[in-house]
Design a protein around this ligand. Structure first.
Ligand SMILES: Cc1cc2nc3c(=O)[nH]c(=O)nc-3n(C[C@H](O)[C@H](O)[C@H](O)COP(=O)(O)OP(=O)(O)OC[C@H]3O[C@@H](n4cnc5c(N)ncnc54)[C@H](O)[C@@H]3O)c2cc1C
Length: 374
């Protein structure tokens, strides 16, 4: 019997789920709040790991296309001290495919392929336990009923309250993002400083990371420990780019001039306080509803979230496609496996964030030395 399945959210988790199901001949309703795929900037670059995001793409039959679109050279990583001294300079070998980078927009388009996503279908609430199934309420006041609703709607999930009262907490670390365009022609000095992948500078309780996307676009993130309401505390208007720039330059005062040029020449600034769900977030199974990705286990951004989200999407799709006698039991078993694995990664990324934004910058180096040989 074919089940009525809705996926709330067309991010990496939801699209991978729908794409793997499609490969197995199943159609699901993908309900996405954005009015169109290009309604907002798609964000920066993602590194997809061999046993996680790449495995998910393999399950979707998209690994070869991913390899053609991804940037293996983006695995290059340089670490500097605040005075500009190069501490580590890691270059990937010619056949290195452990963590190639891909722009989020390209990944989204790859996953979208033939999928028929319902754009502009913002969900406000998911109500389990109805006679005709799980009710999904939409922003436009309409409703629909399904046998299974998968909440893949990210950090501020509207599906999550159907299974868990827990909401994300502020980690104590905030991030301000700026960017540079055409870096190779307009800022060749900074292009050399950054290299082909990413460049990070780690100081006391703060860091500055610049990362290449395709087309000469670079995203720069300043991360630092601050109260959640620091802009208001400083009387800072986040819409005033020059005021934000001055405030960041004061915060990173004394750092090498070429490093600070990343802030001096950056264009608009975006404030992204980092939130997370508690390590080991789990819930008592609710028939007909489940969560994937950030909705289930939002964690600090240390290269795991999208990878896990995609693998979970692929694995849940395979579970559904295998035609279990009892779909609900199968989903419950999937949740147990997912939450156990996610708890491990939440612990790793939480500890990682503490080291990358630490009173002792040597802690940050230790994180890289664990991941890459120096
Ligand atoms: C700066 C930064 C860098 C990162 N770098 C990496 C990295 O290199 N590697 C990595 O693995 N992870 C990385 N992450 C984490 C990664 O971005 C997330 O873990 C990943 O996007 C989660 O995917 P998702 O599909 O669960 O949620 P999302 O990507 O948040 O997608 C959720 C989707 O649901 C939609 N939606 C939301 N609410 C509703 C609603 N009510 N109704 C309908 N639709 C809705 C949204 O519009 C969105 O399309 C990074 C995160 C940040 C912030």
């Amino acid at each position: 019997m074919r089940h009525r399945i809705a996926v709330v959210g067309g991010g990496p988790a939801g699209l991978t789920l729908a794409r793997v199901l499609l490969r197995h001949g199943h159609l699901v309703d993908v309900l996405e709040r954005d009015p169109a795929p290009d309604a907002r900037p798609s964000g920066g670059t993602l590194d997809l790991h061999e046993g996680l995001g790449q495995l998910a793409l393999d399950k979707a039959g998209l690994l070869a296309e991913f390899r053609a679109l991804s940037r293996p050279e983006g695995q290059a990583m340089r670490v500097l001290a605040p005075d500009g001294t190069v501490l580590r300079d890691w270059l990937p070998g010619p056949d290195e495919t452990a963590n190639p980078e891909i722009d989020r927009g390209r990944l989204r388009d790859l996953l979208l392929g033939p999928l028929d996503v319902q754009w502009g279908r913002g969900v406000t609430r998911v109500v389990p336990g109805g006679r005709d199934g799980v009710r999904v309420m939409f922003e436009d006041g309409r409703q629909a009923a399904y046998d299974l609703v998968v909440g893949a709607d990210g950090a501020w999930s509207r599906t999550r309250p159907a299974v868990s009262p827990v909401t994300p907490h502020y980690t104590g670390v905030t991030s301000v993002e700026t960017s540079l365009d055409d870096v190779d022609t307009r800022h060749p000095d900074l292009a050399r400083l950054i290299g082909d992948g990413s460049m990070g500078v780690y100081g006391e309780n703060r860091n500055l990371v610049a990362q290449r996307n395709s087309g000469g676009h670079v995203k720069v993130n300043a991360q630092f420990r601050a109260p959640r309401d620091w802009p208001a505390d400083l009387g800072l208007d986040l819409g005033d780019a020059e005021a934000v720039r001055s405030s960041l330059l004061a915060l990173f005062d004394g750092w090498a001039a070429p490093v600070l040029d990343l802030l001096r020449r950056g264009t608009a600034f975006l404030h992204r306080p980092l939130y997370a769900l508690p390590v080991g977030h789990t819930w008592t199974h609710v028939p007909g509803v489940t969560l994937l990705g950030d909705a289930a286990h939002l964690m600090p951004p240390l290269g795991a979230g999208a990878n896990l989200a995609m693998l979970e999407g692929a694995e849940l799709a395979e579970t559904i496609a295998s035609g279990p006698a009892d779909l609900d039991q199968a989903v419950r078993a999937f949740e147990d496996r997912m939450c156990t694995r996610a708890a491990r990664w939440s612990k790793i990324t939480t500890a990682g964030l503490d080291r990358l934004v630490s009173p002792d910058p040597a802690q940050a180096l230790a994180v890289f030395d664990r991941v890459q040989p120096s």
